[in-house]
Design a binder for this molecule. Structure first.
Ligand code: MLT
Length: 246
């Protein structure tokens, strides 16, 4: 990888690619691709698998003329980054896996996805901000950063019900990526908010230790949406890693 390698940013659930605005600016002058997954940001819903999401990203890379990129995925974006690497390892120069986990859902997690998908189809997505924002944001952000809380609520409010339902089904069906960790040969940064309760630092540590060239950065005062909660620290960690990895 050299300093002209583009960066592909993969967004969290139930947000969209605009969550990456600050980091896209921070990595300039590198080229950036931040696609919406199918069913988000006005893009039509597609097949309900994360592999299909990864294939959509690969097509977007093709369309943009990007052969190989540093792939940054946060939470669901991280799940998709694992699938993308499994499908096309040669197109990944390095990985930043933020606030995510390698493992699959357990039975209780799958049941919750089923209920939430049914609720989204039945009622739309208005209930989601109240139901999800407390877990998406760390306690420091909920206490001290009302603008970030409002920003995340607004992003969640944009989500489309069918897109949400299919993403939930896709995450419910995702395979365990833990066996893939040993096959990842590119540099990996596992980045996590210290106050992330959905995918806590122990999960990031598992990723950093499971790959051949991994490192861990824990961001103080940030929860699950670490790039929105601590944008400067997140971008600084990203910048340091990009410099180090090439
Ligand atoms: C996300 O932030 O993308 C979600 O919390 C992921 C998940 O529900 O597993």
């Amino acid at each position: 990888m050299d300093s002209s390698t583009p960066v592909v940013f993969l967004h969290a659930f139930p947000l969209n690619a605009t969550m990456w605005t600050r980091q896209a600016e921070a990595v300039a002058p590198r080229r950036v691709l931040a696609p919406h997954f199918p069913g988000f940001g006005g893009r039509a819903p597609g097949e309900a698998t994360l592999e299909a999401f990864a294939r959509a990203v690969l097509s977007d890379m093709d369309a943009a003329g990007i052969e190989k990129a540093v792939v940054v995925g946060l939470s669901m974006g991280g799940y998709v980054a694992f699938r993308l690497h499994a499908l096309a390892p040669g197109r990944v120069a390095a990985l930043i896996l933020a606030d995510t986990r390698a493992g699959a859902d357990d039975e209780a997690g799958r049941a919750k996805r089923t209920d939430q998908a049914a609720r989204a189809r039945r009622e739309g997505t208005r209930w989601m901000a109240d139901a999800m924002v407390p877990a998406l944001l760390g306690e420091t952000t909920r206490r001290e950063r009302p603008a970030v809380v409002a920003q995340v609520r607004a992003l969640v409010a944009q989500a489309d019900a069918e897109g949400v339902a299919r993403a939930l089904e896709a995450m419910r069906a995702r395979p365990d990526s833990t066996p893939d960790l040993a096959r990842i040969r590119v540099p990996v940064l596992a980045l996590v908010g210290e106050e992330d309760t959905l995918t806590p630092p122990v999960e990031a540590n598992r990723i950093a230790e499971g790959v051949s060239d991994g490192r861990l950065v824990v961001l103080a005062g940030a929860g699950h949406l670490a790039n929105l909660e601590a944008p400067e620290a997140f971008s600084a960690a990203l910048g340091d890693f990009l410099k180090m990895a090439g």
